[in-house]
Write a protein that binds this ligand. Structure first.
Ligand code: SF4
Length: 712
């Protein structure tokens, strides 16, 4: 059992397992959605164990949001009282008891494993799962099932930035400085990020920066609300971000902004990069990217003359078949200007999913063990195996990456069963038409979810689980700060936690011990398993998080203060120096042509989140953003004879999706945009390309070739 934490926020008592009195007063916790993990107080009216009303108040003591919430956060209480909540397990579409459902799932898994081997059973996780769940899921796959076939939907989000950070810095902590450093910067370049819509309280830090006289530069094919608020908008052709970064570095070198002392003292490999960008003169880059030379020159001047400057990347530059190289090119620019590892400056990836950072650290990735260890590292295998009490030789090796795993389901050599937690790939995976077929070919699909998502509706076994405010666990926000999300309200009768599901399945698969369902007990084991790894949580406790408002990893002992800025003295490479890597621009995996003459780019809207499984069930959010749309330029609309509000068909080589036309004169005339949150024929991912980055295995969500037709 978790212990009461005994901390206060103002005069408010806080416990990890609140009493009814505390629930009435409100419990300090965090938002269910994005990686900003805004702090909030959740208070509920409960009668007879049923939650009637939930009120949400933003917390001021959490620096990331400092009293702010977006529309999704304010309305998150509706998730707890929503009538569409699943409360009964389903087997083949019919209600079942928990014992029946778990027995059925476990016996089918055991039979498939016995007939086809352990890799015939696959496990798929999510970047919204708590650290405890992500950790236990990885252990469940490798120990209870014995499969190498585990990956998660975070592969679709931050994996290219993670790969580039490891390549350059030896370690991936998305934002290696506190978010409050942004306000002190003099210039910030955001490449492919739209925080004004995806995480609005983030904008406060940029507003403070600009009020001090700092400059904001945004590179984005669309004039998003973030781009519209910037001092400079570099409106690039989709898929050309890498060329832009090469051109900016070329200019920085040519115009004398390079920090030679920093390069000599803290990096390796600059000469090769300097040579590689010499051919990227500004006029050539303008021709490829569409960004005027004058804007590139001003960008470099602002970054190069700033006392403190930052380069940030988001999914816009990362979700490409060359995403790792694109992020590397922006890191090269930041390194040449002397930014990373310098107090007040730096490079950061803006992580998107709620636990996108922690979810990629503790073992639900195909190639990884807890503590951000590599699964092919003998020392890492020995350490984790000793914590798990198994022979290192018994641990499987690396498995398939997320899309490759989904693509292999039901094929001759692919998995025959899939257990899925915290993900909805029938909306969120690329080329979703193919994924529908693959899931349909499985012998067994088990889905844990809080609602009947599109993927749950296709499952043989559906297990109804608890959600954010009904359970306790840790989340690691976009800064690398480990936070405590506390249980704040009673769970509805009939649901169990994901940890309890894993515990129940593991016991039925012959592992009655080693899979506890208490989150703090799991976290204590995670601490030991992560000890000595890059993402070392061994000094972090629930009590410390509560008392200190969060702890930055790495934190190797309980008397260690945590590490807000891990690169100040040295980078996490063997020689302590950051590594420049030369990279080359190339066009999108699928460029436009006569048959498909337009670029499609996809992204988010303010009032929806990820696959929309949660937010499409919240009335104020569906009123604000009810359906899929296709944003296009009025000139393009006139050419195809479509008016604002009319229905459009968008067609790619992989499928067809539809949405209402939304005319916008600020989008490029060769580009259309669709949000990816919607189901049925509004699924943007019916269109997207599965071309994968060779290093991160990230699919190319952000650009493919399409044509438009007026819907019949
Ligand atoms: Fe929640 Fe993100 Fe909105 Fe904050 S910005 S309230 S964490 S969805």
């Amino acid at each position: 059992m978790a212990k009461p934490l005994g901390t206060t926020i103002g005069s408010m008592p806080i416990t990890s397992h609140p009493t009814t009195e505390h629930v009435k007063a409100g419990t300090a916790t965090h938002c269910p959605y994005c990686a900003l993990q805004c702090g909030m107080i959740v208070a509920a009216d409960e009668a007879d164990g049923v939650v009637r009303n939930v009120s949400i108040t933003p917390r001021r003591d959490i620096p990331a949001n400092a009293g702010g919430l977006c529309q999704k956060g304010w309305t998150a209480g509706e998730l707890l009282t929503n009538g569409e909540r699943l409360t009964t397990p389903l087997v083949d579409g019919r209600p079942a008891t928990w014992e029946e459902a778990l027995d059925h799932a476990a016996s089918r898994i055991a039979a498939i494993r016995a007939e086809h081997g352990p890799d015939a059973v696959a496990v798929f996780g999510g970047g919204g799962l708590t650290n405890e769940k992500a950790y236990l899921l990885g252990k469940f796959a490798r120990v209870a099932v014995g499969t190498s076939q585990i990956d998660y939907n975070g592969r679709f989000c931050m994996s290219s930035a993670a790969a580039a950070s490891i390549r350059a810095f030896g370690m991936d902590r998305g934002m290696p400085f506190p978010i409050t450093d942004l306000a002190e910067a003099d210039a910030v370049l955001i490449a492919g990020g739209n925080m004004a819509e995806t995480m609005p309280p983030f904008i406060r830090h940029l507003t403070l920066m600009r009020e001090r006289g700092g400059s904001l530069i945004v590179a984005d094919p669309r004039r998003t609300p973030t781009a519209a608020a910037a001092d400079l908008h570099l409106q690039i052709t989709p898929g050309t971000d890498l060329a832009l970064a090469l051109g900016l570095l070329h200019l920085a070198i040519a115009e004398g902004y390079v920090d030679d002392d920093y390069i000599a003292a803290r990096t390796t490999g600059f000469d090769a990069v300097r040579t590689s960008v010499s051919a990227w003169w500004p006029e050539r880059v303008e021709r490829i990217t569409g960004v005027p030379v004058a804007l590139m020159r001003e960008t470099v001047r602002l970054l190069g003359t700033a006392r403190r400057a930052m380069v940030l990347t988001g999914r816009g530059v990362e979700q490409h078949a060359k995403g790792t190289d694109t992020v590397t090119a922006f890191i090269n620019l930041a390194l040449a200007l002397g930014l990373p590892g310098t107090e007040g400056s730096g490079y950061a990836c803006i992580t998107g999913q709620g636990n996108g950072q922690g979810g990629r650290e503790h073992g639900q990735k195909a190639d990884q063990l807890p503590g951000y260890r590599r699964i092919d590292d003998p020392a890492a295998r020995a350490h984790v195996a000793s914590v798990w009490g198994v022979d290192p030789a018994a641990l499987p090796g690396p498995g398939r990456s997320a899309y490759e795993l989904l693509d292999a389901l039901g094929t001759r050599d692919g998995p025959r069963a899939l257990l899925l937690f915290g993900s909805n790939p029938l909306v969120s995976a690329p080329h979703v038409g193919r994924v529908i077929d693959r899931l349909a070919s499985l012998d067994l699909l088990v889905v844990c979810d809080i609602v009947l998502s599109e993927t749950a509706a296709a499952a043989d076994v559906v297990l109804p689980t608890t959600q954010w405010a009904e359970e306790t666990g840790t989340m690691t926000n976009l800064e690398g700060r480990v936070l405590l999300r506390r249980r704040s309200v009673a769970a509805p009768s009939g649901v169990r936690s994901d940890l309890a599901v894993l515990s129940g399945l593991a016991a039925r698969l012959g592992h009655p011990r080693g899979f506890p369902d208490d989150p703090e007990e799991v976290f204590e084991e995670l601490r030991r398993a992560s000890a000595g790894g890059p993402a070392d949580y061994s000094g972090i406790t629930y009590e410390r998080i509560a008392e200190e408002g969060g702890v930055f990893w790495p934190c190797p002992s309980e008397d260690h203060p945590g590490t807000p800025r891990p690169f100040l003295d040295r980078f996490a490479t063997p020689d302590g120096r950051a590594r420049f890597t030369p990279v080359a621009h190339r066009p999108p995996a699928e460029d436009i042509d006569e048959d498909y003459p337009l670029y499609l780019t996809t992204g988010r809207v303010l009032a929806q989140y990820q696959s929309g499984a949660q937010t499409r069930r919240i009335a104020p959010l569906t009123e604000a953003a009810p359906e899929a749309f296709v944003e296009l330029h009025p000139d393009l609309a006139e050419r195809i004879g479509v008016a604002d509000g009319e229905r459009l068909q968008v067609i790619s080589r992989r499928g067809s999706a539809s949405g209402v036309a939304r005319l916008n004169s600020t989008i490029r005339a060769d580009t259309v945009f669709m949000p990816f949150h919607y189901a049925a024929e509004g699924r943007a991912n019916l269109l997207t390309n599965t071309a994968l980055d060779p290093i991160s295995r990230m699919p190319e969500f952000k650009v493919c070739a399409v044509r438009l037709e007026k819907a019949a």
